[in-house]
Design a protein around this ligand. Structure first.
Ligand code: SF4
Length: 365
């Protein structure tokens, strides 16, 4: 007999229908935000968005690392890639994100900037070993899920005494962004669908403030249709009963303590710092910089980059889309000047961006 895969029950259409019916019995109006690009895409792909009654509104938050990278950071990455003897290694989805006047892809084509796509940061380390006359720079983009791999590479580079590997860290931490959203007077969020992948690393403790300080419920949710619907059902029950708790729906992957080894690795290399988020501005202690023992890997030690003031396209409302204050349908450029083939803003570049998901699944609201 074929063994039942653990994930199969979470894809079960019959269970999904029952959950959807139960959620739709609730008549109260709630706005819930998902803070993960993979959730955003799955919510469209599985038809959850169209299946829910209109009293439950799903907002897409700052869950796509490409989308929250600031224009200034893109401009700086382009300058690094254009510097003599430097090679910038970045993930492929960063290539087409527009900076003030160019993207990394255009800089590569028009200015012969040295940009190399990496699938894992270990490739940057290998490139540094093979190319001692070049300075290899990792463009450190991502949330808590991605950061341990970069930390491991830097630990290895230090052991190997590599002198030509650097990092430009624009990493972001999810809990401070959620705090900023909750502190905003302009957005009403009744609960959060918390990111499954990030939570496997950080656990549930870092989200406690959502319930304790802001009296809102939140659920750490997996990525299959049953996971997400179960998460929404938990949220609507808790919101209706005014219960502020942090629940773990994704218990097959997430435990309350998170992954202690991964967290130790991150904080042995990095420490928290204030960083700029697209749409959310500068957020206290929401990013990471290198600790003293690893400062030699900091790109700012070898390149003194002076940038002009960054400029965003004034018609692109990505900032408001990221905060859940607007949808892509509110943008004048959506599906006209701005399409996945010709993206004007980052939310249309990344497959996990809200504008790209709206476009791909033909969302009407
Ligand atoms: S549709 Fe394009 S221009 Fe409009 S907010 Fe989205 S990415 Fe920006």
């Amino acid at each position: 007999m074929k063994p039942i895969q653990v994930n199969e029950q979470f894809k079960d259409v019959k269970i999904a229908r029952i959950l959807l019916e139960r959620i739709n019995l609730n008549k109260d109006e709630f706005s819930f935000m998902e803070v993960c690009g993979t959730h955003t895409v799955q919510i469209f792909k599985t038809g959850i968005r169209t299946g829910l009654n209109s009293n439950i509104k799903l907002l897409s938050g700052p869950g796509c690392p490409v989308c929250v990278t600031s224009v200034r950071d893109i401009d700086k990455a382009i300058t690094i890639a254009g510097s003599k003897d430097f090679i910038l290694c970045c993930f492929g989805d960063m290539l087409r994100v527009p900076g003030t006047s160019l993207s990394l892809e255009k800089a590569k084509g028009e200015l012969a900037a040295n940009v190399k796509i990496m699938y894992s940061p270990i490739e940057a380390l290998e490139l540094a070993e093979k190319s001692p006359s070049k300075k290899i720079v990792m463009f450190g983009v991502g949330f808590e899920t991605t950061i341990p791999a970069f930390a491991a590479v830097l630990i290895r580079a230090r052991e190997k005494k590599l002198k030509n590997l650097y990092i430009y860290s624009v990493f972001k931490l999810i809990p401070p962004a959620i705090r900023t959203l909750l502190e905003s007077k302009y957005i009403n969020i009744d609960g959060f669908i918390l990111p499954g992948h990030v939570s496997t690393i950080i656990g549930s403790g870092e989200y406690r403030f959502i319930a304790e300080e802001f009296q809102k419920p939140a659920v750490i949710t997996g990525f299959e249709v049953v996971d997400i619907l179960e998460g929404i059902l938990f949220l609507s029950d808790m919101a209706r009963n005014k219960q502020a708790q942090i629940k773990i729906e994704y218990s097959r992957s997430v435990n309350p303590e998170g992954n202690k080894l991964a967290m130790e690795k991150i904080y042995s290399v990095f420490e928290k710092t204030d960083v700029e988020w697209r749409g959310l501005g500068k957020i206290r202690q929401s990013g990471l910089k290198l600790r003293g023992a690893f400062r030699d890997f900091d790109i700012d030690n070898v390149l003194d980059i002076k940038l002009k003031s960054p400029e965003e396209n004034p018609q692109c409302i990505c900032g408001d889309v990221i905060k859940g204050m607007s949808t892509p349908l509110d943008c004048k450029l959506y599906a006209k000047e701005c399409t996945p083939e010709n993206p004007v803003g980052p939310c249309m570049v990344s497959s996990e961006g809200t504008c790209a998901a709206f476009y791909k699944y033909g969302a009407k609201s």
